[in-house]
Design a protein around this ligand. Structure first.
Ligand code: SF4
Ligand code: SF4
Length: 153
């Protein structure tokens, strides 16, 4: 059992079918705010990378059998953490896609793997996670102090 997705075997059949269905039209990338502002992320590339990796895994299975491990993965060999963390989760890519593909769900699953299995999140997020664990809120104040504002003049 693995939290999130490191490779195509961790993705759902819908996510894999999405990768095979992508027409590469680029509408998703043309509305992506991360891409528009010059970040590394392209949701179109996320789908094409997923399909390329899926093709590769399929050829390996044909050649060497189901248990073969080629020591590669969708994460890092195809899609970098920098791309994944550039996503604002705005969902514009999914709304723009003419064939109902959801690139965001793959991004979220791969981020989930980075955070829950590798403890690899940007420093700003790690700070927030710790505060949520300790204070049940993303701020640095104790839950006991939450209503202090009502005593201020
Ligand atoms: S959800 Fe992420 S990948 Fe999709 S358009 Fe928004 S920023 Fe881009
Ligand atoms: S909008 Fe949909 S079909 Fe077009 S490139 Fe993006 S994911 Fe593929």
């Amino acid at each position: 059992m693995r939290f999130g997705a490191r490779d195509v075997r961790d993705l759902s059949w819908k996510q894999l079918m999405d990768a095979y269905t992508c027409t590469e039209c680029g509408r998703c990338t043309s509305v992506c705010p991360a891409n528009i502002t010059g970040k590394l992320l392209s949701p179109r590339k996320i789908m094409m990378d997923t399909r390329d990796r899926l093709d590769e895994v399929g050829k390996n299975i044909d050649k060497y059998g189901k248990e073969h491990d080629d020591d590669k993965a969708l994460l890092n060999d195809y899609i970098s953490p920098e791309e994944l963390w550039a996503c604002t989760t705005c969902n514009a890519c999914t709304e723009a896609c003419p064939v109902n593909i959801d690139p965001l769900s793959i991004i979220i699953d791969m981020r989930r793997y980075l955070v829950m299995e590798q403890s690899q999140a940007p420093a700003e997020l790690n700070g927030m996670f710790t505060k949520i664990e300790n204070n049940q809120a993303p701020w640095q104040f104790s839950p006991a102090d939450r209503l202090n504002w009502k005593n201020e003049d």
